[in-house]
Structures are given as C-alpha cells and as structure tokens.
Design a protein around this ligand. Structure first.
Ligand SMILES: [Cu+2]
Length: 440
C-alpha cells in the first residue's frame, strides 16, 4: 500500500479525528494482520489490544478446496500477565522484552474449541510482543503447514513442530477425523523465553485445547500442490545491504537495541522501484530478532553462522537454505543469534518512507526500528529500471489522469519532482530522457 496508507509511525490524529486508509488488496492471498504502529509506544498499544486479522483470498485459492467457512479459523496467539483485578500487568518502564505468564488465543485465556471430525485450517498468528512459540499437539500428531506470512506454500508440509516468532503467520491444517468423539488434544508450546535461550527456560506450555465432537466435518484430502511463488534470483540483485543487529549503550536507559547503530531519523537506504536488493541481517546478539520489512514481501535466501574477530564479521558455518516452511513469501524472518540471515526483495509500486524493524515490539520501540525511502527512476513508469518506449503509455495515462501521489507511476511521470504533473515541463523532460538519454 502507499506510504500514506501504511500507518506511518509518526502519523497521529486527535481523539475524534479520523483518517481513511486505502488498501488496494492487489497482492497474493495471505493471512495478514494489523496493529497499532505509533513511534515508541507500539508495545503499549498492542498490549492494550489493538490487533486483528486481515485476510486476502482469491478464486484460485478457493478452488483448492481447503477447509473453509466454519472450518477456517484465525488463531491470534498472545501472552499477557494479569493483575488480581483482571487488568493487564505490564512494566511501566521500558524493558527489553516482556513475557506474560498466561497465553491468550483471540483474546481468551487458554480457550478450548469444539471441533468436528475432519480438517480445519488454522491461520496462526504470533501476536505477542516478545514471545516466540514452538507449537505441537499434545498427542504428537503431525499437522500440515500450507502457508506462511505471504500466502500459500508450494505444497502442504507435514510437520510435528512449528516455531513462530512475533508477527510470523502460519496457515496450518489439523485433521481430527481419526479421533474418537470426546478426545482432547492440547496445542502446546515449548519455546524458551527469551528465544532461543536455554531449553525449558521461561516456557508457558499450554496454548489452547481442541475437543473432538461426534459429527463429521471437512474430510476432503488436502490438494498435493498449492501455489508456487516465483523465486527471486540473487543475480537480479543490484546491491546487498548489511544490517548489524546489536545492543549498544544508550544515554537514557543504559542500553538499547540498534540496527547499524543508527536511529529512526537516520535514513540511509533508498531502494529504487523496479530493482531487487538483498538485505543481510547480521545478528550480533544472543537472542533471535524477527526482522520485518514494510512495503515488500521478501524471500529468504540463506543463513550462515559467523564469529567476530575484533570488529570484523567472519562467516564460519555452512550456508544453509531456509527451512522448508519458510520457502514462500515472507515479511518477517527469524534472525538467529550470531547468524547472517539474508533475504531478497523487489521494491515496487509505491514511493516514500517505510519502516523496517525488529518485531519484538519492546525492541522496535527502543530503537530497533528504522526507515527506508523508496524512490523511483524518473521516466521509468513501468518499473523495469530503464526508460524506453514501453514507458510511454503509462506516462501518458498518468499525465491525463493526474495519477496518484505516492505511486511509482506518479513519481516516474513527475520528471522535475515538484509533485505536480505538468503537460509542458514533465513531457519535455520525459522526451529528453527518452530520446537524448538526458534523464534526471
Ligand atoms: Cu529484536
């Protein structure tokens, strides 16, 4: 979506005010979610409850015959600690993470779900501020993951354990057909907090319970294939940007989490629309950071362990591919301690300022969130990184329709970058660019 519709962290409006956001929804079907994103206080607003699902579907996905309707259920998993009066308990001062002692699913503490004997599609979201979950079924049964952050995987993936970091989503199919009525199965968690931490430390094991009923539900088999994303090629990348994730001294609180040691207002990334980049997250800390980018969905290229020799990052381990359930489109990636995690993204569609940050909200709020400015190549209305005759139709169309500020086409047509589309200056500059290669 356009930067103006992205919930920019410095946007604010007073009580009683309103803003209309436009979501084009012209993206692949996916289990998306929304939450408050206010600069410095996102953790507080999300803890207070402002978060929800935003699901996009399409006919292709519907035609797959996946569990639907009452058998397609979002599970937003969060942790909280309660005061004796039932109110939320959360530290008044900033702390580098928060782990509640109680698990909520869709706002209910340790809920149960009556299920019929058949398959369910559960759109699992880790909506917690800091806690990572490693989920499994108490009877050890396998389930299938069919999708992740950016939509369906290529094929259903059988697994008995699923790790999901803050902001990650996993579309999972659990099959209750073979169970006798009355069977109870608990969705359990075994992930330490902080993560990866040490085994057993900080674990809250119970998440929710399924109680199998007598009626038969969705028993159609899962389709063998789902949808294959086109893999972005590293050879298409125009540059690789390193981002060091580490804790550094900070005057106010003693320490804070940083990306390349810089702050929100330090803008040093200007990706050009139409180009592909590799972003390399170098985690110089003992805890996992789930890194999230706005504007784009990315694909995970690889992970590699490293050691520090002085201030130099020295890769040591083998270059490992993403986990099988990370093979699709992602918007959040687990960056493990002392590993380089590389993702690849193609920047398209919208110009302006977009956030990227650790999705541990306590980190995001202090200071692990920065922003990049997506820019266009003037004249390149079709975002193929060159100005040629193929750009003429969209140039003319944008000029005639006045375009929409914040879009790639508007930016590319606004040759003199004065935020106004003029039939004289911009046309002359476009022709000059096209014919004489005199591009701004
Ligand atoms: Cu972090």
């Amino acid at each position: 979506m356009a930067a103006a519709d992205d919930g920019y962290p410095e946007d604010a409006f007073p009580p009683g005010g309103e803003l209309t956001y436009l979501y084009p929804n012209d993206q692949l079907p996916a289990t998306l979610w929304y939450h408050d994103h206010a600069l410095g206080i996102t953790r507080l607003n999300v803890i207070m409850g402002l978060a929800g699902f935003y699901l996009i579907g399409d006919d292709t996905e519907t035609a797959l015959g996946l569990p639907a309707g009452a058998n397609d259920i979002g599970l937003a998993i969060q942790d909280r600690t309660f005061n004796a009066d039932g109110s939320f308990s959360y530290p008044a001062m900033w702390m580098e993470h928060f782990f509640g002692n109680t698990i909520l699913v869709n706002g209910r503490v340790w809920p149960y779900l009556n299920v019929n004997r058949g398959k369910y599609r559960f759109r699992m979201l880790n909506g917690s501020t800091s806690r990572t979950y490693t989920l499994s079924l108490s009877n050890g049964a396998a389930f299938h993951q069919i999708g992740s952050d950016g939509g369906l995987l290529a094929a259903p993936l059988a697994m008995t354990q699923l790790t999901i970091a803050p902001a990650e989503r996993a579309d999972v199919v659990i099959d209750f057909e073979s169970y006798a009525p009355g069977t109870q199965i608990v969705l359990t968690n075994s992930a330490p907090a902080p993560f990866p931490g040490s085994p057993g430390a900080g674990v809250v094991p119970n998440v929710m319970k399924f109680i199998v009923g007598a009626s038969t539900g969705h028993i159609a088999p899962l389709p063998p294939t789902l949808r294959s994303p086109v893999a972005l090629q590293e050879s298409e990348s125009v540059l690789e940007r390193p981002f060091e994730l580490r804790k550094l001294p900070e005057a106010c609180s003693g320490t804070a989490w940083f990306i390349n040691g810089m702050h929100w207002d330090d803008i040093t990334e200007f990706p050009v629309l139409g180009t592909t980049e590799v972003w390399s997250f170098i985690n110089r800390s003992g805890m996992m950071h789930p890194m999230h980018m706005h504007l784009v969905m990315f694909q995970i290229l690889d992970r590699q362990a490293f050691v520090m020799q002085g201030e130099t990052v020295v890769p040591t381990g083998p270059i490992l591919p993403p986990d099988p359930n990370e093979a699709g489109w992602k918007d959040t990636v687990r960056c493990n301690p002392f590993e380089i995690t590389r993702v690849i993204a193609r920047f398209t569609d919208f110009t302006g300022l977009f956030a990227y940050h650790c999705h541990i909200l306590e980190h995001e709020d202090h200071e692990m969130m920065r922003q990049f400015r997506a820019v266009c190549r003037k004249g390149d209305t079709n975002q193929d990184t060159r100005v040629d005759a193929a750009d003429i139709p969209l140039f003319v169309d944008t000029l005639l329709t006045s375009g929409s500020p914040g879009t790639a086409a508007f930016c590319a047509t606004d040759m003199d970058d004065d935020a106004i589309l003029e039939s004289d200056q911009d046309v002359a500059a476009f022709v000059d660019c096209l014919v004489n290669a005199a591009c701004p």
